[in-house]
Structures are given as structure tokens and as C-alpha cells.
Write a protein that binds this ligand. Sequence first.
Ligand SMILES: [Zn+2]
Length: 178
Amino acid sequence: MDEVRPGRCPACKAPSRPAGGALGLHGHGLRERHQWGPVEPGAVSTLISILLRRYRCRSCGAVVVVGPRGLVRRRLYSAGAIALALVLYGVADLSPRDVRHRISPLRIVGATAAAGWASRRRWSRAVRGGRLFPIVRQLPADAPLRQVAARAATTLAAYAPGPGGLALESAAFLGASM
Ligand SMILES: [Zn+2]
């Protein structure tokens, strides 16, 4: 638990481990979350279960949840998986069916769901509304969703660590996971 305890409370900045004092952030249990999507850009999509450690601040009462990078609040899919979907939709122009095949861990869906997989458009709308990947510069409200997805893909790719030269799919996946 000590390995992941944050250095200070993100809400009130109280130190988590004041010298000689009681712990400022103390353990507040675990929470389980599922994360969907490939764990690396070229991998088969999976559904993994993650345990998040929770801390409670003694000063202000805030509950702090610590999890791995790449987790997106209130979304089942990882940041990398969503970024990959935006590349495949916005830049590679794959069909909804092919995007779903790369991104979704669910192998069996109804024919209608496969044909009209809506997640890529829903994510693009969230980007356009600033609710997902807010670092992406806004396009005009009437810009086509594919164009929004393409801009998100290239923006996220620019955040990929390392010397560059990665394929767009890998760069966007890694940049979104930072
Ligand atoms: Zn606090």
C-alpha cells in the first residue's frame, strides 16, 4: 500500500506522511474496475479486472483513488483503446465492424450491433464536446465526426513518449495512456 500512496492529498495538499505525525492519507479499501481493450496497440482486445486502491485524507475527507495509467473515468475502455479506435475510424477509415473487431473484447454480438458499432462515434462526440481527451483542440461544432476523430488521433500521437517514428496507431495508443 505504501508503494502507491500519493505524496500529498490532491484536494488540500496535506502531506500524506508528515514527519513524526499520523498518516495524512490512510488506506480506505479497494475498488474493482474493469478495463476493456487491447493492452498494447497490436494485441487482441481483452477484458481485464483492476484493483484500485483508495485513500482517505484525514484533513479534508477527500477520497483519493489510485489506479494505473490509461484508465478513463466512467468509461469501460482504456484510453489507449479509445485512441486506437479514433485512429482506425478517423484516419484509417475502417468500417465500424472492423474497428469493433480490433477494439472490443466481445467476440459475439448481434449482426446489427456489429454493423453499426456506435462507440467510435460516441467517443468522437465526447472529444468534440471536450468531455474526453480535453487536450484536443476544438473543431467547429459542425465538423464531421471523422474529422474530430482524426484530429484526436494525431494530437494524442504527439504525446507518445520516446524518439518518435512510431506508426500512428501505436503513437496514439501510447500518447493517450500517458
Ligand atoms: Zn485533503
